[in-house]
Write a protein that binds this ligand. Sequence first.
Ligand code: CP
Ligand code: NVA
Length: 318
Amino acid sequence: MIRHFLRDDDVTPAEQAEILDLADSFRADRFHHQPLAGPHSVAVIFDKPSTRTRVSFSVGIAELGGYPLVIDAQSSQMGRGEPIEDTTRVLDRQVRAIVWRTFGQDRIEAMAKVSAVPVVNALTDMFHPCQILADLQAVRLHKGKLSGLTMAYLGDGANNMAHSYLLGGAVAGMHVRVGSPAAYAPNGEILARAAQIAVETGGSVSHETTRAAAAEGADVVVTDTWVSMGQEGEADDRTSPFVPFAVDAEAMALADPQAVVLHCLPAYRGKEIAAEVIDGPQSIVWDEAENRLHAQKALLTWLLAQTEPPDAGEGSAR
Ligand code: CP
Ligand code: NVA
């Protein structure tokens, strides 16, 4: 069976914990396991800009003994409209996994439907699940646990990070509160799915329309840009509604005094996060960014271990 990682609830609570444990082992010893030795290749495709994802997948695949085949979609035939399914069928004969940063979730789902190798979501408009694995690893590193902690996400409640915190946090048994303007609330189906998962894991999820309701006593305070990739045309309208949800000293005063601060980066100081917070003692954003490397190596290792080797004769060159 082929396992894909398209959204945060594609893994069970036990599987998420297994991947995070493996991520910690890669953090302790970067070269202890090399499942891509050969080297086998992994395609990493970008329809949107990236620094962290590009670097961490490239370095991580190399450290796993493999070859990172990084493709800018605009310079490939994908950028000229070649069907996703055709591109996938060409790639999956040659690579062990495909990592893709794209726009609609439907696009990566279309790829996974025909792919003979694992497909990994490196950010879509709807989710950013690799980032959440790194974030959970960082929180666990600093707090010693995840289950039972309260995580407050403040800002654009309708973006990919908010949705992934809801699902990934619920899988981890956390209490996830999204604080956003009512007009930028999380997708209702995702909120409902996260609530369903939280029932099983002992966590909870909620959408709050004030910063205080979301941040009160939180163990983890998180934010993200107010203007996600693809929303540049709306930038003028995407400031004033979010100002009351900024992560500044006032927001931090609402949270637990030992709270840690996350931001997936890139950050806009003076907008969604104050410089004194992101550059202050409660910020763990550099561990968070480093963990992209460890968490994605763990994820690829885990996905490959779940997936039967390809049949001889079909894709045997992988
Ligand atoms: N956090 C994150 O995904 O960063 P990049 O857009 O630089 O990859
Ligand atoms: N929400 C942001 C995350 C960037 C890593 C975006 O989609 O642009």
